[in-house]
Write a protein that binds this ligand. Structure first.
Ligand code: ZN
Length: 407
C-alpha cells in the first residue's frame, strides 16, 4: 500500500475520527501488526496538538493465554494501577483511538465460561468509569489489516496478497480516496439529513418484514432520536466514533418488540461464528432463540445479565452499502455491522434520546433505554427487507423498500 494513501488514512482517523483537541491526552490502542501505520497516526495526533499520546500495543492472539493461565480470581481483578489509569483517563477526559486488527479466531478454544464470568465480575468496577465519560470525550474505532485476519477474509490468497487486498477493502470502506476529509464531510451530511428526516416523522414503531421469515415490530421512545456518523460531546466537539459507518441508528423502547427476526449474516462473537439464527421477542424480550451453529454461545450471550435479552439499538443501513458491495464477510463488527440493517442486544445509547447527554441514568432507563454490559450487533438486512414506520398520528410511511431507503 502506498505511503501517501496510508498517511491520508492516518490523518482521517486523527482529524475526523477522534478530532483531538489542543492539549488533550490521547490513548491510542494500536495493532502491533502495523507499527508503521500506528506511528503515522501518532504523528497526526501530535500535529493536532495532543498533549501526550499514550500508545497501548494490541495483539489479539495473546488474549487466550491470559484466559488460559490466569486463575479466575486474577482474571476477574481490576488491579489498583489499572484503576488509577481509568481515573486518570476519566479526569483528563482523554480521547481514545482504537486502530485494531483482531484475528477473528484469536479466542478459538478459549474457556468461554471463564472469560465471561471474569468480564461479569469486573463490570461493576469498569462500568462506572465508562458511564462517567459517556458523552464527554471523543473516541473512534478504525481498523488495519493483520496477517491472520487477512487470511481469514481471503483464504485462497497468499499472505502478502491477502494483506494487500484487505488494506484495499478497508480503505475503500473508509472512503480513503483523493480527499477523504471532504468525502467524510459529505457523507456525514448525508447521514445527518436522513436522520433529520426520520426524526421529523414522529415515528412510534417500525415494522420489519422480509421473505426470510422476519416479521418484527419494534416500538420507539417518544423522546427517541435517530443519530448517525457524527457524535458531539457535551462541550461541543464533534467526532466520528466509527470508521467506516453507514448507519442511522436509534435505541428502541425497552419492552416493545413483538415477533420474530432472522439473522441475515453470521455473527462473529468472541471467537466463534454463530450461524443461521433467529430470535423471537415478546414484550421486548427474547423469549426464544436458536442458532444452527454455536447455539450455546447465543444462549449464553442473551443471558449475560437482565438487559442482554432486550434490544439496545436498531440501525438502518442500505443493502447496497459500500461494505456490502465489497461482497466480503469481514468477521469484524465494525465492517459487518455497516453492511446492512441490524439490531443490537444490550446497552442502548443516551445520544439516541433528545438531550440525552444531560439526563441521568435513571431518567434514561425510565424512558426505555436498555442497560447491559453487552452490546452485540447482529445483521438482519436482506435485499427484500421492508420497513414501514407507523407515526404517532397514525400515518404509515415506507422507510425501507427492497433493502434500501424508500426516500
Ligand atoms: Zn450499529
Amino acid at each position: 500500500m502506498k505511503v501517501a494513501r496510508l498517511k491520508k488514512y492516518a490523518k482521517l482517523i486523527a482529524r475526523m475520527g477522534a478530532n483531538v483537541q489542543k492539549g488533550q491526552d490521547v490513548y491510542l490502542y494500536g495493532s502491533i501488526e502495523q507499527p508503521k501505520f500506528i506511528e503515522m497516526v501518532t504523528e497526526e495526533l501530535y500535529k493536532l496538538g495532543a498533549r501526550r499520546v499514550h500508545v497501548k500495543w494490541q495483539y489479539s492472539d495473546m488474549e487466550k493465554y491470559h484466559v488460559k493461565y490466569q486463575s479466575l480470581e486474577t482474571l476477574s481483578t481490576v488491579e489498583t494501577f489499572e484503576e488509577e489509569e481509568l481515573k486518570y483517563m476519566r479526569d483528563k477526559l482523554a480521547a481514545r483511538v482504537f486502530v485494531g486488527s483482531s484475528n477473528p479466531d484469536a479466542l478459538k478454544g478459549v474457556n468461554v465460561a471463564k472469560m465471561m464470568s471474569a468480564q461479569k465480575a469486573k463490570a461493576p468496577v469498569l462500568k462506572p468509569y465508562r458511564d462517567a465519560v459517556d458523552g464527554l470525550h471523543q473516541w473512534t474505532i478504525a481498523a488495519v489489516p493483520g496477517k491472520a485476519w487477512a487470511k481469514k477474509v481471503f483464504p485462497n490468497e497468499r499472505p502478502a496478497k491477502a494483506m494487500e487486498l484487505l488494506w484495499e477493502a478497508i480503505l475503500k470502506c473508509a472512503r480513503v480516496d483523493d480527499d477523504p476529509i471532504k468525502a467524510w464531510e459529505k457523507h456525514n451530511k448525508d447521514v445527518h439529513d436522513r436522520c433529520e428526516y426520520l426524526n421529523s416523522l414522529g415515528l412510534k414503531e417500525l415494522k420489519y418484514t422480509s421473505s426470510n421469515g422476519t416479521d418484527l415490530t419494534v416500538g420507539l421512545m417518544d423522546e427517541g432520536v435517530f443519530a448517525g456518523a457524527v457524535e458531539t460531546t457535551k462541550s461541543g466537539v464533534s467526532f466520528n466514533p466509527n470508521m467506516p459507518t453507514e448507519e442511522c441508528f436509534t435505541t428502541p423502547k425497552k419492552g416493545l418488540a413483538e415477533g420474530i427476526v432472522y439473522a441475515s449474516l453470521p455473527l462473529s462473537y468472541q471467537g466463534d461464528l454463530i450461524e443461521n439464527f433467529w430470535m423471537r421477542f415478546e414484550n421486548g424480550k427474547v423469549v426464544e432463540a436458536h442458532a444452527e451453529k454455536n447455539d450455546e454461545r447465543l444462549q449464553k450471550m442473551i443471558t449475560m445479565d437482565e438487559g442482554a435479552a432486550y434490544l439496545g439499538e436498531c440501525a438502518l443501513v442500505p443493502f447496497d452499502s459500500p461494505i456490502n458491495q465489497t461482497g466480503l464477510l469481514f468477521y469484524n463488527t465494525l465492517f459487518d455491522e455497516n453492511a446492512c440493517c441490524h439490531f443490537a442486544l444490550g446497552r442502548g445509547f443516551n445520544e439516541c434520546v433528545k438531550d440525552g447527554l444531560n439526563k441521568t441514568k435513571d431518567e434514561l432507563n425510565e424512558m426505555g433505554v436498555n442497560d447491559s454490559i453487552i452490546h452485540v450487533d447482529f445483521m438482519i438486512g436482506t435485499s427484500d427487507l421492508s420497513i414501514v414506520g407507523k407515526c404517532r398520528d397514525g400515518k404509515e410511511i415506507q422507510i425501507f423498500k427492497d433493502g434500501t431507503w424508500a426516500f
